[in-house]
Design a protein. Sequence first.
Length: 194
Amino acid sequence: MNEKFIQLSKELKHRPILEKALGYFPNLPLVAIDCGCGAGNESAYLLSKGFNVHAFDISIDAQKVCNERFKDDSKFIFYHESFEDFNFPSASLIIASSSLFFCNPSYFYSVIKRMINALSEGGILVVDLLGIYDEWVIREPTKFIGFTYQDIADLFLCDFNLLFHKEINENLPLLEGYIKIWHLHMLILQKSDF
């Protein structure tokens, strides 16, 4: 993630799916993990709702922006780490919107397992996964994993209840303006009480 992207994205609001997810949020401690947090837009929204936020991103530019943006907020902790290296603390909400698909595919399933283990029973997971028709998946299949609905069910529905699923398959611009074929699964999942 480069400085231009961070500068463009820091003017954006949080993603609407986050508000939808909080509508399902149970009576649990307000502890969230913002995975691949970028400029911290989701983190800012969660802080405004009283959450303690653990945010991580591999980008130095994201670190600079977040450290400046949240320098006076003791409920925010930034970690300069990747999905592969992050040690997920216990949390009741984990957000991986537009970030998890950048995880190295050889670590993807172990990262998912660590996320599941970190999430408390009844906790909420908000995640975007690329579909099999996404431009990046087709162009770089060794770098990006594409999922069908059945793949998602196999991956999550042993441990989670599916609260929301929206599939997008259309041409949309990236923040820098380039038009990309997006095939995306947007999910809100709740960890089952066993």
